[in-house]
Design a protein around this ligand. Structure first.
Ligand SMILES: [Fe+2]
Length: 216
């Protein structure tokens, strides 16, 4: 990949952005970004992704007023990202709505533009009002939503907490978590800081139908 890549500048911008966050895990993610930032860059083949075509620009429009540098940096890096609508969950467990209406792009990882072992950092996009059902995984995980508000919970069947944009969520290994996307698309930084080879599992709850029809 040539020197005109937007990825290092984007990661510098993210490193600056994360500097003000007190949540546990943020320093770990920053250390990983700094460690891998200067590695060899590899172009990754991206195909058009329907979720990105439908919602990425709207997410940028939401971000721009409060974080204009970040929005500009996201727009610049977009052409270099390969987005995946993940199909590793059993659709009957995760739900068809989530299965078809999310996409993620890894930037640092084992098949990403910047190579890393057992560390995965990138962007995660979900369409408005979609429910990402309760699930857990061995990997400790950071989310930093750049849009909001969205609903969250950390125990099956618990009530939702509504959290604004720019509030980090740190999930310890095995912590159950659910996201109910609000009226704007969910665009978030994500990072799995270790145990990336261990799969995620859906955690059963009895109120998914209600949460899927809920409009935040
Ligand atoms: Fe997760």
């Amino acid at each position: 990949m040539g020197r005109d890549t937007a990825i290092p500048a984007f990661l510098d911008e993210i490193d600056n952005y994360l500097a003000g966050f007190p949540e546990p895990g943020v320093a770990l993610v920053q250390a990983g970004i700094e460690k891998y930032l200067h590695g060899d860059l590899h172009a990754v083949a991206g195909e058009d992704n329907a979720v990105v075509s439908a919602w990425f620009q709207r997410a940028l429009d939401v971000i721009a007023p409060s974080a204009p540098l970040l929005a500009t940096s996201l727009a610049r890096v977009l052409p270099e990202l390969a987005w995946i609508t993940y199909d590793g969950y059993d659709e009957s467990e995760i739900g068809a709505d989530f299965a078809r209406n999310h996409a993620y792009a890894s930037i640092i990882g084992d098949t990403s533009p910047l190579y890393a072992q057992d560390f995965d950092f990138g962007l995660f996009l979900i369409a408005p009002q979609v429910l990402y059902r309760d699930h857990c995984h061995a990997a400790p995980e950071l989310y930093v939503p750049l849009t909001g508000p969205h609903g969250w919970r950390f125990e099956p069947n618990a009530p939702l907490s509504i959290k604004p944009a720019h509030e980090a969520i740190w999930n310890e290994p095995g912590q159950s978590h659910l996201t109910k996307v609000g009226p704007e698309p969910f665009l978030s930084l994500y990072c799995w800081t270790s145990d990336n080879d261990k799969p995620a599992a859906v955690v059963p709850a009895t109120d998914w139908d209600e949460l899927e029809t809920l409009r935040l």
